[in-house]
Design a protein around this ligand. Structure first.
Ligand code: ACO
Length: 325
């Protein structure tokens, strides 16, 4: 039976020029390159310049994705931006990306699911496309986490970085078969009982300030492998695939031990995992499209590749998506 699927037409990314190494961090807080690498796998991260906003990063990544897709921005009718670090409380960063690209039709809005934001935004855009409400969508993950870090807290400030990534989705008729191209399955989950394990201690409606990121790293770690593996297994069953059929595994880049733990639990070989956290740190909603972009530039993803994406973040929120390139 013919169905409409969201086919990924292009991917793009942007990283701010300034690189902060672990050695740079050791000058600010009581830490060491050895500790950070051993516990997280991170060696360096990019930090946005003062005049670069989340939308600046998102526009640059989107522009590259549109050029690669060969699609004119005026033909985009949906912009969904996943971010926990919007330029302003309102309007959404998505409308700023929309106007920055010269898009004037359709709708633009943000999705807030922290590190799971890209999987959430992909799920939203895919459902708009499948129901016929959008024909070409831009899905962006863009963050400037450097602006919400407590630079005196060594347990958190060493883990995050800034960046953006974007994909262009296009509605295309497919056969409704398991080897279709496009987004095959998205599953998103949340459980607000875990809010206090990872949050920002401010907001316009509470403290009237932006606040800083707070995290119980050990507890987050404990939940991550179990929750993410569970939703991936559900996504595989829903799409009729097994883990050994995955060509490329694009995990959210939070911690090397989390993503290797998930791959091991599911039996996904090391050479199928895309890892960017050594150079990017955890860029929250931007980490999956940044990793997709790296895989594209390294020719590791090609037409027909079966790609598995997953993430977990504050809330908790978590989710998985399966797509054929
Ligand atoms: N440098 C040196 N020592 C440090 C640092 C640092 N940057 N940070 C913490 N320590 C110390 C602690 O004070 C503690 O010292 P103590 O034993 O004297 O009390 C010791 O190191 C161990 O601290 P733990 O927090 O128990 O270290 P752990 O092995 O759990 O590693 C880490 C910490 C890296 C945060 C880990 O728990 C983790 O990655 N958790 C997942 C969190 C995460 O990825 N969050 C991202 C958002 S959610 C997501 O994307 C999945």
């Amino acid at each position: 039976m013919a169905v409409i699927r969201s086919v990924i037409r292009g991917v793009g990314a942007y990283l701010p020029k300034r690189i902060m190494t672990n050695a740079d961090l050791a000058k600010i807080v009581d830490t060491s390159d050895e500790w950070i690498v051993e516990r997280s796998g991170i060696r360096e991260r990019h930090i946005a310049a003062d005049d670069e906003l989340t939308s600046t990063l998102g526009i640059a990544a989107s522009h590259q994705a549109l050029v690669r897709a060969g699609i004119d921005p005026v033909d985009i009718d949906l912009v969904v931006c996943a971010t926990a670090t919007p330029d302003r409380t309102f309007p959404s960063t998505a409308v700023r990306i929309q106007s920055g690209l010269g898009i004037t039709k359709g709708a633009a809005f943000d999705v807030q699911a922290v590190c799971s934001g890209f999987v959430y935004a992909l799920a939203v855009a895919d459902n708009f496309i499948k129901t016929g409400q959008s024909s070409r969508a831009l899905v962006v993950g863009a963050e400037t986490f450097s602006r919400i870090l407590d630079w005196t807290d060594r347990a958190t400030c060493v883990l995050f970085g800034d960046g953006a990534g974007a994909v262009v989705l296009e509605a295309q008729p497919q056969h409704g078969a398991r080897d279709d191209r496009g987004v095959l399955t998205t599953l998103i989950r949340s459980d607000g009982r875990f809010e206090d394990l990872l949050y920002v201690d401010g907001g316009p409606g509470s403290t009237k300030t932006v606040g800083h990121l707070r995290m119980n790293g050990r507890e987050v770690f404990r939940h991550a492998v179990q929750k993410i593996s569970g939703v991936i297994e559900e996504a595989l069953v829903a799409s009729g695939y097994t883990a050994d059929e995955i060509d490329l595994f694009i995990p959210h880049q939070a911690n090397i031990r989390i993503l290797d733990g998930i791959a091991k639990k599911l039996g996904i070989e090391q050479d199928k995992i895309v890892k960017t956290l050594e150079k990017h740190g955890n860029t929250s909603a931007a980490s999956i499209p940044l990793a997709l972009n790296q895989a594209f530039e390294e020719h590791r993803v090609r037409e027909g590749s079966l790609v598995l994406m997953e993430a977990m973040g504050g809330g908790f929120t978590w989710g998985a998506a399966l797509a054929r390139w």
